[in-house]
Design a protein around this ligand. Structure first.
Ligand code: KIV
Length: 284
């Protein structure tokens, strides 16, 4: 499996004959190992960490230290996919200096690039990070870190002005130097115009097929998270149901005395058993 680099990924436009890019989130070493074995192009250690791993209701509750902790875990799997660390809320909003330091924190933890949410108003932050030689992925459409400002997890860009703003934001991000742009929850027609308007790949999630790649959250695609199922999620497994059943079978076996069996138990040699006076005691 070839190691993915930012320059190689930046060039992957479907209109130029490239295969669509595959990105998946992962939050730890086993997840990153699976993504590597499945030969995905990019692994995003997303701030969805807050919701799918840490049990919060939104993404606003993770810090840069939380993100670095999980980036480091995913990086230990040494995936050939490009490992991208998500900058959490308030890690790139205060000052350029703090922004660069936070991006560097994720790079030192093992990320090869960072992602941040927002359009033209984040160009200063993006320029500062790029200036420190750290590649940046943009994120437009539904930007969950703005959930309170936009009033919930809703499809964005349905009205003309909003659609035009997303296209203008995307052009600005690409011109500033983002190597790819995530488009989350936008109508497919808007995603298509954005994809046609920028020279870097668009990676869709709830943005239809006219993107240069797709991303899904690990827990959604594996059915580990089954409380809600957004329209755009396709489940490729039912791991929550499978693992609940497995844990229930284990519990039954323990309660019924079927676990552990003799084969699952360490035994002393016969001479030691004899010396311990164990022969004639309860069967092993
Ligand atoms: O944090 C995340 O998982 C994301 C994806 C939904 C793109 O930003």
């Amino acid at each position: 499996m070839s190691t993915r680099t930012v320059p190689a990924l930046r060039a992957r436009k479907v209109r130029d004959g490239s295969e669509p890019l595959v990105m998946v989130t992962a939050y730890d070493a086993p997840g990153a190992r699976q993504a590597h074995a499945a030969d995905v192009d990019m692994i995003l250690v997303g701030d969805t960490l807050a919701m799918v791993v840490l049990g919060h209701e939104d993404t606003l509750h993770v810090t840069i230290d939380d993100m670095a902790h999980h980036v480091a875990a995913a990086a230990r799997a040494k995936p050939s996919a490009l490992l991208i660390g998500d900058l959490p809320w308030l890690s790139y909003h205060v000052s350029d200096e703090e922004t660069v330091r936070n991006a560097a924190h994720l790079v030192r933890a093992g990320a090869a690039a960072v992602k941040l949410e927002g359009g033209r108003k984040r160009l200063g932050a993006i320029e500062a990070i790029l200036d420190a030689e750290i590649p940046v992925m943009g994120h437009l459409g539904l930007t969950p870190q703005s959930i309170h400002a936009v009033g919930g997890f809703k499809v964005q860009g349905k009205q003309l002005d909003a659609a035009r703003a997303i296209v203008d934001d995307a052009v600005a991000l690409a011109e500033t130097g983002c190597f790819a742009i995530v488009l989350e929850c936008v109508p497919d027609a808007v995603a298509r115009i954005v994809t046609d308007s920028v020279s870097v790949p668009t990676i869709g999630i709830g943005a239809g097929r006219h993107c240069d790649g797709q991303v899904l959250v690990y827990h959604d695609l594996l059915g580990l998270e089954d409380r809600i199922k957004p329209k755009f999620v396709r489940r490729y497994a039912s791991l929550k149901a499978d693992s609940t059943e497995a844990v229930a079978r284990y519990a039954d076996d323990v309660r019924a005395g079927r676990f552990p069996s003799s084969d699952e138990t360490y035994h002393v040699a016969d001479d030691v058993a004899e010396a311990l006076g164990l022969f004639g005691a309860a069967p092993a």
